[in-house]
Design a protein. Structure first.
Length: 348
C-alpha cells in the first residue's frame, strides 16, 4: 500500500466522529480488529523495500495512534452520557436545597412553658416513666381504695416482685406529680421546679383522650407560700402563654394531694370570651388543676409542714397546644403526618 493511501486512512481516522457506540465499535474492528486495517498493514511490512520500511512503519504507527486516540475519546464520552442518563441526574448541577425539619408542636409548647417558668426562677426536674405505687399514689395521699388506682386508669406492670429500690407495685406513671415526690425526697426547701414528661392512662383513644399524653407539673415550697402566690403565678403564666388580655378564674375542685384544690379556666382564646363551640358557649376553657400541697404530702416526704407550705399545679401540654394553635383532634399529635408537622416550620 502506498504511503499516500495510508495518509488518507490517517485523515479518515482523525476526523472520525461516531454518533453511537455501535458506530465506534465498527470503527474499532475496522482499524484495530484481528483482521483489521492495521494488522494488515503491519503484515505487509516485510513486502516493503528496506529503504522505505522505516517511513512506512512510522506512518502505520501514526495511523494506529490516531485510531486509538479516537476510540478512547469517544468511549469515555459515551460512558459518561450513559451514566448521567442512568441515574437521571447531572452530577455537575448544584444540589437541591435540603428542607429542614420542624419541632413537634408539643415540643414547641413544652419549651415555651419551661421558658415562661424559668423566667421567674423555676428549674426543670425529671423522673422515671415506670413508677412505683409510693411515688405515683401513696406519697401523694391517694387512699388505697382511690378510683385512680383502678385497673381501668392505670397501666400496671406485672412483676412477681418490684426491684429493690422501688416501693410497691410498678405502673406507668399516670401523672408527673410523681416527680414532685422524688424532688421533695431529695432536696430541702426552698424548691421551685417544673416537671415536664409523658404520662399514661388506660383510656379509649378519641379526639379528646389518648392512652398517653404529656404534662407539666410545677410546684413551689418555701416558708409562707400562699394561695395568692399560686394565683399570681398562674395569671402570669396564662398571660405569657395566651396573651396579656387573657383572664383566669379558679373553681374549687378536688385532688388527694392538694388542699384547697382548684381548677383553672382561661378566657376562651378563640372567641375571647364571647362564646363559641370550643368553650361550649361559656367563654371559659379549663387548662389546669392546682392547689396548696396537702401538709400530709409534705410530711410523707420528710418536709416540716409546720415550717413550710407550697403550691402545685399540673397541666396537659396537648390541651395547651390545642388551644394555642386551634387543633381539634388530639390523635394528630402522634400520627407523624408531615403535612401537619410542616405547618410548624420555623416555630421554636
Ligand atoms: N396531677 C394532677 C392530674 O394529673 C394535676 C395536678 C397537679 C393537680 C398538681 C393539682 C396539683 O390531673
Amino acid at each position: 500500500m502506498s504511503n499516500n493511501s495510508i495518509h488518507t486512512l490517517i485523515e479518515e481516522a482523525r476526523s472520525f466522529s461516531p454518533s453511537s457506540k455501535e458506530e465506534l465499535e465498527q470503527f474499532r474492528l475496522r482499524f484495530l480488529g484481528k483482521k483489521g486495517v492495521l494488522n494488515d498493514l503491519f503484515a505487509k511490512m516485510k513486502e516493503v523495500v528496506p529503504e522505505e520500511r522505516k517511513s512506512y512503519g512510522l506512518m502505520v504507527n501514526e495511523l494506529k495512534v490516531a485510531a486509538e486516540e479516537r476510540i478512547n475519546t469517544f468511549k469515555e464520552q459515551f460512558e459518561q452520557s450513559e451514566q448521567s442518563t442512568d441515574s437521571g441526574q447531572d452530577l455537575t448541577l448544584p444540589a437541591y436545597p435540603m428542607s429542614s425539619g420542624t419541632f413537634h408542636p408539643l415540643t414547641i409548647v413544652r419549651r415555651q412553658i419551661i421558658n415562661i417558668f424559668s423566667r421567674i426562677g423555676f428549674n426543670v426536674s425529671d423522673g422515671p416513666e415506670i413508677e412505683d405505687d409510693w411515688h405515683n399514689f401513696s406519697a401523694l395521699n391517694f387512699p388505697p381504695e382511690h378510683p385512680a388506682r383502678d385497673m381501668q386508669d392505670t397501666f400496671f406492670i406485672n412483676l412477681e416482685a418490684s426491684p429493690a429500690h422501688y416501693k410497691g407495685p410498678l405502673a406507668l406513671r399516670t401523672h408527673t406529680s410523681s416527680i414532685q415526690v422524688r424532688v421533695m425526697e431529695n432536696q430541702p426547701p426552698p424548691i421551685r421546679t417544673i416537671c415536664p414528661g409523658r404520662v399514661y392512662r388506660n383510656e379509649a383513644i378519641s379526639a379528646r383522650a389518648h392512652c398517653f399524653f404529656h404534662q407539666v407539673e410545677g410546684f413551689y415550697i418555701d416558708e409562707k407560700v400562699s394561695f395568692a402566690d399560686l394565683k399570681q403565678t398562674l395569671l402570669y403564666f396564662a398571660q405569657e402563654m395566651f396573651g396579656a388580655e387573657t383572664k383566669i378564674r379558679l373553681r374549687p375542685s378536688y385532688f388527694p394531694f392538694t388542699e384547697p384544690s382548684a381548677e383553672m379556666d382561661i378566657s376562651c382564646t378563640i372567641c375571647k370570651g364571647k362564646g363559641c363551640n370550643i368553650c361550649k358557649y361559656t367563654g371559659w376553657v379549663e387548662i389546669l388543676g392546682c392547689g396548696m400541697i396537702d401538709p400530709a404530702v409534705l410530711e410523707n416526704c420528710k418536709i416540716d409542714a409546720e415550717k413550710y407550705s407550697g403550691f402545685a399545679f399540673g397541666m396537659g401540654i396537648e390541651r395547651i397546644t390545642m388551644l394555642k394553635y386551634s387543633i381539634k383532634d388530639l390523635r394528630i399529635f402522634s400520627e407523624n403526618d408531615v403535612r401537619f408537622l410542616d405547618q410548624f416550620k420555623g416555630v421554636r
